[in-house]
Design a protein around this ligand. Structure first.
Ligand code: TXA
Ligand code: MG
Length: 319
């Protein structure tokens, strides 16, 4: 069965209600969606992605009422953040209710949940109910930001990939949890730490691997392209060293060209980190298709979304 890219929302809803897995658009990255109530479809997501069953999925809903049905506690800070950021790319880890099947949460007592900010996806959730969806990439690969990327990863196996255009944010949601009343950031993402702190004050970032990690997606070697990737400020030196190699380059804002480079891309000529985040995976997908020997990527300034992008680049290059 070839995976079909389509804009047919009704067809996507029917397929999900019949227990299929469908490629779904979100404002962050594309997902592999299934109704949270269809455990066969949930199992199939893990199989498609070759993802360990111990790594839980995010649940997407379209209303706070749905979130409250699927969780048993909603701390004050969670409410404040939900009011400010939902619908949007902030995922909260909260105590789960019995309604959420254990396969989704890898038998954890918590569920990661968010209200996404994508009109097509929200309509789909209204038709189907809550949808569990991990990013639509095979385990450890870069997340897809277009329907075409999803089809490239899964040319067969999906009855439909719902085309909702290019993802506006371009990197995954930020994941937070609550320790007592303290906000912990488990995964840096498309909402910056600074933005969260502007609402609830100081937060703690715990996204490094340190033995007992809380968010399994935080393992290093994740988000990796096939092409060997080097993140460096010394691009010229590497170009010189790899003189006889086929090289691709991604720069932050400078678009002056290097000689002897097969393909060079600039993330944001005006130096805007939001624009850079929207482009980073898309550009890595472009370079990854060119059968290069190396891709060289310039690190971002380490603040705001630059910090989230640098986090992904670090994981993309860990060997
Ligand atoms: O932007 C996004 O978050 C995208 C779109 C599709 O919503 N989804 C996404 O899902 O990135 P995924 O499965 O690729 O990453 C979800 C991360 C994983 O690292 C997983 O371990 C973590 O969320 N996670 C899920 N449930 C959790 C829980 N109960 N406690 C801690 N971490 C959890
Ligand atoms: Mg993922």
């Amino acid at each position: 069965m070839n995976s079909l890219i389509s804009k047919d929302l009704e067809a996507a809803a029917q397929l999900l209600l019949n227990g299929n897995v469908v490629g779904v658009p979100t404002e962050t990255v594309y997902g592999l969606g299934a109704s949270i109530y269809n455990t066969t479809a949930i199992d199939y997501i893990f199989e498609l992605k070759k993802r360990p069953k111990s790594n839980p999925l995010i649940v997407h809903t379209s209303s706070i009422e749905q979130v409250q049905k699927l969780t048993t506690a909603f701390p004050d800070k969670a409410k404040q953040l939900a009011n400010y950021f939902w619908p949007g790319s902030l995922t909260m880890v909260l105590p789960k209710s019995a309604t959420v099947p254990n396969q989704i949460t890898a038998n954890k007592s918590t569920v990661a949940i968010r209200i996404p900010n994508h009109p097509v996806f929200l309509k789909l959730i209204d038709l189907v109910g809550p949808i569990a969806a991990p990013s639509a990439n095979p385990y450890e690969r870069i997340s897809p930001t277009t329907a075409k990327h999803v089809a490239n990863y899964f040319p067969t196996g999906l009855p439909l990939i719902l085309d909702g255009g290019s993802c506006e944010k371009g990197i995954e949601s930020t994941i937070i949890g609550f320790d007592d009343h303290e906000v912990i950031v488990y995964r840096l993402g498309s909402i910056s730490v600074e933005e969260i702190e502007s609402i609830v004050g100081k937060v703690t970032v715990k996204n490094e691997v340190n033995g007992t990690y809380t968010s399994p997606g935080m393992v290093l070697k994740h988000y990796a392209p096939i092409t060997k990737t080097i993140v460096t400020n010394s691009i010229e030196e590497y170009i010189d060293e790899f003189r006889n190699k086929k090289i691709g380059v991604i720069r932050f804002k400078d678009d002056s060209t290097f000689p002897n480079v097969a393909k060079q891309l600039t993330l944001s000529k005006k130096g805007d980190l939001t624009e850079a985040a929207a482009n980073i995976y898309a550009f890595m997908h472009i370079l990854d298709q060119l059968k290069l020997d190396f891709m060289l990527i310039e690190p971002m300034p380490n603040n705001s979304l630059g910090r989230s992008i640098n986090d992904r680049l670090k994981r993309a290059t860990h060997l």
